[in-house]
Design a protein around this ligand. Sequence first.
Ligand SMILES: [Zn+2]
Length: 377
Amino acid sequence: MPKNISKEKSINRAKTTVELVVCAIILGTSVFLGKSCFDRIKVVPSTNKEATKIEDIEIPDASDVVDPNKIVFAATPISTKLKFSGNLILVNNDNQYYSTGNENLVSIMEKNDETGRSSFIAVDYDYTILEQVYEPLAKMVDDWYDIYFNDTLIVYGSYRSNEFQQQLYDQFTDNTSNDGEAPIVARPGFSEHETGYALDFSETAGYDYQGTGDFLWLNQNCHKYGFVIRYAEDKEDITEYRYEPWHFRYVGIPHAKYMTEQNLCLEEYIELLRTSYNYNGEHLKVSDEYGALYEIYFYPSDDAAEFTNVPVPTGVKYDISGNNVDGFIVTVHVNEKTEIGNENLSVTTSPYSFAATTAADSSAETTDSTTETTIAY
Ligand SMILES: [Zn+2]
């Protein structure tokens, strides 16, 4: 029996050993599988954890930083009369130009001499333009000249006094029968040439600039310098002028760029700003090809008051122009930070311009004008 028992025992022991070995194998395999599975599980959430971590770090970081592009506006009193001045004034058959009698004019030829330029000429030294328009004009023509080496461009129309516009108008109406077509010479008081912001080009040989050939570049690229072709072929119904490929009007770079891209004439652009980009609503955002960002909005003039409180940015440069209709257009130079009190870039708000008078009393003021840079026409 004991033998049998011990035999049975040894069989049982062997069984147990086999069972143990099998168990060990199963356990080992399970542990291995379990571990690799665990490892795999561990990898997935750890990646997630990491991603969450980055997000968690980024969100508070971003909210901690004060938005550097946030512009703070403050109302500043602007002489209400200045709605008749500035690079965005609309002058056409319905909107008369009220001369200050103190336009800051420079002789184009004198400036050419001073700056050593010979890429273009004006008819003579009496041809003047607003000082702020000269550089953009000269830069545009220089860049064009560097491509075509064409020295036949001439400025044959620029600033005109009201009296000279009258002469031209009389001459034109005497010599032409009324053919029902849009005018080619504006009534005195209604010509952009009286503002000093407009100029006409000619080819030296023949006064017939068409903006074609070498000159096409000027008509296609003028917006980069702040100019628009004021009387476009497809806008005759709105401008009430025939196509004038030679007539360039300075409005400023962001405005010229937007108008050109959107195919808007000045009438349409001024209307768009008045109706869709009021200060209290959305502002128009324009970026130019030089990387500058602009924010543009309209603010109505308070015609009953001497001053209009126009909201303007603080610590950021801006310029302001009247629209010659019913208010002001503020152009914020978003990337140009500056000291407080130093923001206003516009020529129209200089003390010189604050003496601006309307057409009704400008003749009385003219004799008082002692501005040395002004050249009488
Ligand atoms: Zn013209």
